[in-house]
Design a protein around this ligand. Structure first.
Ligand SMILES: O=C(O)CNC(=O)[C@H](CS)NC(=O)CCC(=O)C(=O)O
Length: 277
């Protein structure tokens, strides 16, 4: 089983992002991948709600989802669309940040709405208020596949260890963390958090990423950290895409999950304890 992690620089034009993504799917399949993963907001990365309002669609009308499902079916691959920004029926008009696992027949095997919202002030000049634009999800998602059970998550979810522990205890062998991490927090936290999630759970962690400077027709242009990463169930970095767009490959072997957990079965060692007084 060969996974391909796509690292790309989505802008705010979905048609342009789709062209990029399709090219990567074909390249990854030619490179031997059976499972291709794209980053968070593959279809549209924008800091402007006005641009999103014009550019985004509801799930049933979204051209990126339709095209990538058709492409996965044509190529006969499993595809994680890290996330799509989509319109919803939220009364506040907020979007969903929704991850999709697509089966080789083009069907939607699973979908997951990002639960944790990136509402942070990193510095005087750098603030994110994700919950202004997006409605958070409220359900964890585990998908069964022939190559193992996949636990879905998105980006800032990475900081909430109990989500991953729950997924692993429910049977996950692979955790997906598509992201658009900020450069500052990415440099400090991205790799150690991904490795920690793998070590704590004995899962493969697959984290396709946005990278570079994202072109914006309106609003501020954003930068992201890159470094799409694949981590083994023992916590080793198996692939790192660096700073530039491209694809990195990793061969997955379920026995590595069993081996890591046989050595340190910590996910089976939870104990009840009283909360701190
Ligand atoms: O807004 C969009 O279009 C897509 N969503 C994102 O880019 C999100 C919310 S701003 N980014 C993160 O969650 C980064 C988390 C992060 O960097 C950290 O946890 O340190």
């Amino acid at each position: 089983m060969r996974a391909a992690l796509v690292q790309m620089t989505s802008g705010d034009d979905p048609a342009d992002n789709l062209r990029q993504a399709r090219g990567y799917l074909r390249e990854a399949t030619a490179g031997g991948a059976d499972f291709v993963l794209t980053p968070e907001v593959t279809n549209c990365l924008s800091a402007s709600c006005a641009v999103q309002e014009r550019a985004l669609q509801r799930q049933d009308a979204d051209p990126t989802l339709a095209a990538l499902r058709a492409e996965a079916a044509e190529l006969g691959i499993w595809l994680l669309i890290g996330s799509l920004a989509l319109k919803t029926d939220d009364p506040d008009g907020r979007f969903a940040n929704r991850s999709f696992l697509i089966a080789p027949d083009g069907g939607i095997a699973a979908w997951y709405d990002k639960i944790h919202m990136f509402d942070v002030q990193i510095s005087e000049t750098e603030t994110y208020r994700e919950s202004d634009g997006y409605r958070p999800g409220d359900r964890a998602v585990l998908a069964q596949t022939p190559f193992g059970a996949v636990g879905l998550s998105v980006c800032y979810d990475l900081r909430f260890a109990h989500l991953y522990r729950g997924l692993a205890q429910a049977g996950a062998e692979i955790l997906t963390v598509p992201a658009a991490f900020s450069p500052v927090t990415g440099a400090a936290h991205w790799e150690p958090l991904l490795r920690a999630r793998a070590i704590e759970t004995g899962c493969y962690v697959l984290a396709p990423a946005q990278c570079g400077l994202h072109p914006a027709s309106e609003g501020r242009a954003r930068r992201t950290h890159g470094h799409a990463l694949a981590v083994s169930p023992w916590g080793e970095v198996l692939a790192d895409a660096g700073a530039a767009p491209g694809i990195v490959y990793v061969d997955l072997n379920r026995q590595e999950v069993a081996r890591a957990r046989a050595r340190v079965p910590s996910i089976t060692h939870d104990r009840p304890f009283a909360p701190p007084a």
